[in-house]
Write a protein of this length. Structure first.
Length: 123
Protein backbone atom coordinates (compact mmCIF):
# COMPACT_ATOMS: atom_id res chain seq x y z
CA UNK A 1 0.00 0.00 0.00
CA UNK A 2 2.92 2.35 0.64
CA UNK A 3 4.08 1.92 -2.96
CA UNK A 4 0.60 2.60 -4.36
CA UNK A 5 0.10 5.64 -2.14
CA UNK A 6 3.52 7.12 -2.94
CA UNK A 7 2.82 6.57 -6.64
CA UNK A 8 -0.48 8.44 -6.30
CA UNK A 9 1.20 11.22 -4.31
CA UNK A 10 3.85 11.57 -7.02
CA UNK A 11 1.14 11.95 -9.67
CA UNK A 12 -0.65 14.54 -7.54
CA UNK A 13 2.52 16.55 -6.86
CA UNK A 14 4.23 16.01 -10.23
CA UNK A 15 4.08 19.72 -11.12
CA UNK A 16 5.73 20.70 -7.79
CA UNK A 17 8.47 18.05 -7.58
CA UNK A 18 11.82 18.07 -9.35
CA UNK A 19 12.05 14.31 -8.82
CA UNK A 20 9.43 11.81 -7.67
CA UNK A 21 9.34 10.87 -3.99
CA UNK A 22 11.12 7.57 -3.40
CA UNK A 23 11.08 5.31 -0.37
CA UNK A 24 12.84 2.33 1.15
CA UNK A 25 11.55 -0.29 3.58
CA UNK A 26 13.58 -2.60 5.82
CA UNK A 27 11.81 -5.63 7.28
CA UNK A 28 13.19 -7.70 10.16
CA UNK A 29 11.59 -9.35 13.18
CA UNK A 30 12.35 -10.05 16.80
CA UNK A 31 11.62 -8.97 20.32
CA UNK A 32 11.36 -5.24 20.94
CA UNK A 33 10.29 -2.90 23.69
CA UNK A 34 7.57 -0.45 22.70
CA UNK A 35 6.01 2.41 24.59
CA UNK A 36 5.87 6.10 25.31
CA UNK A 37 9.16 7.71 26.24
CA UNK A 38 9.45 11.23 27.57
CA UNK A 39 7.73 13.50 30.02
CA UNK A 40 4.39 15.34 29.92
CA UNK A 41 4.03 17.19 26.59
CA UNK A 42 7.20 15.65 25.17
CA UNK A 43 6.07 12.03 24.92
CA UNK A 44 7.04 9.98 21.88
CA UNK A 45 5.81 6.48 21.08
CA UNK A 46 8.80 4.40 20.00
CA UNK A 47 10.26 0.92 19.64
CA UNK A 48 13.67 -0.15 20.92
CA UNK A 49 15.74 -3.26 20.40
CA UNK A 50 18.04 -5.16 18.07
CA UNK A 51 15.22 -5.95 15.62
CA UNK A 52 14.46 -2.22 15.25
CA UNK A 53 18.13 -1.43 14.67
CA UNK A 54 18.51 -4.18 12.06
CA UNK A 55 15.33 -3.10 10.23
CA UNK A 56 16.66 0.47 10.11
CA UNK A 57 19.99 -0.76 8.71
CA UNK A 58 18.14 -2.82 6.07
CA UNK A 59 16.10 0.23 5.10
CA UNK A 60 19.33 2.21 4.71
CA UNK A 61 20.57 -0.45 2.26
CA UNK A 62 17.70 -0.02 -0.21
CA UNK A 63 19.55 2.70 -2.15
CA UNK A 64 22.81 0.76 -2.42
CA UNK A 65 20.96 -2.43 -3.39
CA UNK A 66 18.74 -0.55 -5.90
CA UNK A 67 15.46 -1.81 -4.48
CA UNK A 68 12.46 -0.57 -2.50
CA UNK A 69 12.45 -3.34 0.15
CA UNK A 70 15.12 -5.37 1.94
CA UNK A 71 13.78 -8.32 3.94
CA UNK A 72 15.84 -10.44 6.33
CA UNK A 73 15.92 -14.07 5.27
CA UNK A 74 14.59 -14.97 8.71
CA UNK A 75 11.39 -13.01 7.97
CA UNK A 76 11.17 -14.50 4.48
CA UNK A 77 11.29 -17.98 5.97
CA UNK A 78 8.81 -17.16 8.76
CA UNK A 79 6.41 -15.69 6.18
CA UNK A 80 6.47 -18.99 4.30
CA UNK A 81 7.95 -17.61 1.09
CA UNK A 82 9.91 -20.05 -1.04
CA UNK A 83 13.69 -19.73 -0.85
CA UNK A 84 13.81 -18.89 -4.56
CA UNK A 85 11.00 -16.30 -4.40
CA UNK A 86 13.35 -13.32 -4.01
CA UNK A 87 16.99 -12.60 -4.91
CA UNK A 88 19.39 -13.34 -2.06
CA UNK A 89 22.40 -11.33 -0.89
CA UNK A 90 24.77 -11.54 2.04
CA UNK A 91 25.32 -8.17 3.72
CA UNK A 92 27.29 -6.81 6.64
CA UNK A 93 25.16 -5.20 9.31
CA UNK A 94 26.81 -2.50 11.42
CA UNK A 95 26.84 -3.60 15.05
CA UNK A 96 26.73 -7.33 14.23
CA UNK A 97 29.66 -9.73 14.03
CA UNK A 98 28.24 -12.03 11.36
CA UNK A 99 26.90 -11.11 7.91
CA UNK A 100 23.19 -11.54 7.30
CA UNK A 101 21.31 -13.09 4.39
CA UNK A 102 18.71 -10.70 3.02
CA UNK A 103 16.22 -10.73 0.15
CA UNK A 104 15.62 -7.74 -2.10
CA UNK A 105 12.38 -6.56 -3.66
CA UNK A 106 12.83 -4.07 -6.50
CA UNK A 107 9.16 -3.01 -6.60
CA UNK A 108 7.35 -3.06 -3.24
CA UNK A 109 4.00 -3.67 -4.98
CA UNK A 110 5.16 -7.17 -5.93
CA UNK A 111 5.65 -8.10 -2.27
CA UNK A 112 1.93 -8.24 -1.52
CA UNK A 113 1.42 -10.56 -4.49
CA UNK A 114 4.08 -12.89 -3.09
CA UNK A 115 2.52 -13.14 0.36
CA UNK A 116 -1.13 -13.34 -0.69
CA UNK A 117 -2.26 -16.91 -0.36
CA UNK A 118 0.62 -17.81 1.97
CA UNK A 119 -0.55 -19.12 5.32
CA UNK A 120 1.26 -17.36 8.15
CA UNK A 121 1.20 -18.88 11.61
CA UNK A 122 1.27 -16.55 14.59
CA UNK A 123 4.35 -16.96 16.75
Amino acid sequence: MIAANVEELNRFLAHDLREPIRFGIGIHGGEVIIGDIGYRDHMVFTALGDAVNVAARLQDMTKALACEVVVSDEVRSTAGLAADALPQQEVAIRGRNEPMIVRTVVDAKTLSALVSGVEVAAA
